[in-house]
Design a protein around this ligand. Structure first.
Ligand SMILES: [Fe+2]
Length: 349
């Protein structure tokens, strides 16, 4: 693992990446509450919030001042990515998960104790930063737990293949906080853990603070205009979801920090947009291309929360096809989606 424990001190407020270590007692508590959620049917079934609350309260009371400070920074949207470490594996110990000879079929995996436990744990970690796990109706068949592995043995770039993925934030791209045009906002965060990652192949992240800061204001202002189209994502269920027209790439959030929605390959300039919009998107792409991503290797014993509006992510071509990630989306409390179902929490995509 590329162990980047140092903080990227962009300013006293915004951090690109922070490592958060749980102590052994906290990891055990986290494991215990995750087990309870799995016993109750897992996060894609009805969740028992009273039991969750009880354990979460105990974990919260055990936090050191430093840990609280980090979680608060994340709640305020000031951390690009947060890596939780020193977790227990799905069996409650400190070993790696048992590694199979090849990647099992997706349908054989999703209901296994290991997957359900890692997903339950991620949902608790989201709650520690005041976020809630959810699923989109049009993605992943309305389920919160998404397995990211090369199940289709595909050779073209898509989220379910082992081929490299260019820099992106997660879809949908219509809006950031308030639902718009019949679509819920993009996820506030994605949270990733690995079941298997035999070669320690990294997840690459690109914190955008410095990149955005280095772009001339006149181009930033253009990226804030409704001048861009995006094409449909292949991560949606077949026949569902759509592209969008006249979308902003950057939205300004109330505290003046940037909210970015972008996909390197799927965005283009809208018809009739001014010439400067073409320049602005090219500059943004050029800056992203030049950035050397932070490489983080995931395992079942760590979990990464990526701020989906502050940090892009991408992937190199996977070498060991057994690499398997578990991905969940989170919404923060300022998000106003179109809710389809409360428990489990499903929103319109
Ligand atoms: Fe992604």
């Amino acid at each position: 693992m590329n162990n980047i424990a140092k903080l990227y001190d962009r300013s006293s407020f915004n951090q690109d990446y922070i490592l958060f270590n749980f102590n052994d007692k906290q990891s055990e508590l986290l494991h215990e509450v995750s087990e309870k959620i799995v016993e109750d049917g897992g996060i894609d079934k009805i969740q028992d919030f009273s039991a969750r609350r009880y354990f979460i309260n105990i974990i919260q009371k055990s936090l050191s001042d430093e840990q609280k400070k980090i979680l608060n920074l994340n709640k305020e949207g000031k951390i690009g990515a947060l890596l939780f470490s020193n977790l227990l594996n799905s069996h409650g110990n400190k070993f790696n998960e048992f590694l199979p000879d090849e990647l099992p079929l997706e349908k054989q995996l999703v209901n296994t104790h290991t997957i359900q436990l890692i997903a339950a744990r991620s949902s608790i970690l989201l709650e520690l930063v005041d976020q809630k796990s959810f699923a989109y109706d049009i993605e992943n068949h309305g389920k919160a737990i998404r397995l990211v592995g090369n199940f289709k043995k595909s050779t073209r770039p898509c989220s379910h293949s082992g081929v490299s993925l260019s820099a992106h934030t997660e879809t949908p791209y219509f809006c950031s906080k308030q639902h718009s045009q019949g679509h819920s906002p993009a996820p506030s965060s994605l949270i990733l853990s690995a079941v298997w990652n035999p070669l320690d192949e990294p997840t690459n992240i690109i914190p955008m603070y410095n990149i955005i800061d280095s772009i001339e204001p006149k181009f930033i202002n253009q990226l804030k205009e409704n001048c861009f189209d995006f094409i449909r994502s292949d991560s949606f269920n077949e026949g569902e979801g759509s592209g969008g027209k006249n979308i902003k790439i950057i939205e300004e959030y109330v505290d003046g920090t940037y909210m970015l929605k972008f996909n390197f390959l799927r965005f283009k300039v809208s018809e009739n947009a001014p010439k400067i919009a073409h320049e602005a998107i090219e500059i943004l792409k050029e800056k992203i291309k030049k950035f050397n991503p932070i490489k983080l290797s995931l395992s079942s014993r760590n979990t990464l929360i990526i701020n989906n509006f502050k940090t892009m992510h991408c992937r190199d071509t996977i070498k060991d096809n057994r690499r398997l990630l578990v991905r969940i989306f989170g919404y923060d409390q300022n998000t106003d989606p179109i809710v389809i179902n409360q428990n489990p929490y499903i929103v319109k995509g």
